[in-house]
Design a protein around this ligand. Structure first.
Ligand code: HEM
Length: 182
């Protein structure tokens, strides 16, 4: 995955636990990069999984929770770098639809080596959207975190129901996003 993602993970750990904790994680994971990431270079996906496992052990929570929390952290990083995408979308559902039609195609144009998931959004009604995720990387909990942080950005209260999941043998993940309130 692109260095941007690893740099954000590095920053999240340093923000939460300090630079010594990150150095310890580097000692455990021993990435080929030795922890020097460039935003436009690509690094091994297996190292992301190893980093997440090491952070989970450090925090005493599950790798799933770390991946979701990292999704929330990553949203803030991406939105700070490219605020245009939230500016263009008036609400959460319109933003989520734009990930596949606008945001990721723009990433692909800028970084031809990038490899992006396939996301399909279909709308049940004004309060419900079905977010379907397909990727060999199976980073569906990262998606959950990104969606939750985007909802917070729009001030919309949502709940997520991850009804089918590639980690439970399904061929794709289905995340039902339900809006609450007004
Ligand atoms: C709710 C919003 C978003 C969702 C659900 C989402 C979902 C994802 C997921 C799950 C991945 C991991 C790759 C995979 O699963 O195969 C990914 C990768 C990526 N996304 Fe998004 N994304 C969102 C918003 C954005 C935004 C706003 C940007 C940039 C401005 C962005 C740029 C990227 C980049 C650069 C990668 C890495 C691609 C690579 O390393 O090859 N995403 N996205």
């Amino acid at each position: 995955m692109l260095g941007t993602v690893y740099i954000a993970l590095n920053d999240m750990v340093v923000d939460r636990h300090g630079v010594v904790a990150w150095d310890k994680i580097l000692d455990e994971v021993k990435p080929d990069s030795e922890g020097v990431f460039t935003s436009i270079e690509t690094y091994q996906d297996t190292e992301l999984t190893q980093f997440i496992a090491a952070i989970a052990a450090l925090e005493g929570i599950s790798p799933t929770d770390v991946e979701r929390e990292f999704g929330q952290y990553l949203f803030a990083v991406l939105n700070r770098k490219s605020p245009i995408f939230t500016q263009l979308a008036p609400n959460l559902f319109s933003y989520l639809r734009s990930v596949e039609t606008v945001i990721h195609p723009d990433v692909k144009k800028r970084f031809t080596d990038s490899s992006l998931p396939t996301i399909t959004c279909s709308r049940g009604d004004a309060r419900e959207l079905l977010f379907e995720y397909r990727s060999a990387r199976k980073l569906c909990y990262l998606s959950e975190g990104l969606i939750l942080a985007a909802a917070q950005h729009y001030g919309e209260a949502v709940s997520l129901e991850h009804s089918s999941c590639m980690h439970r043998g399904a061929d794709h993940c289905s995340i039902r996003v339900q809006r609450h309130g007004e």
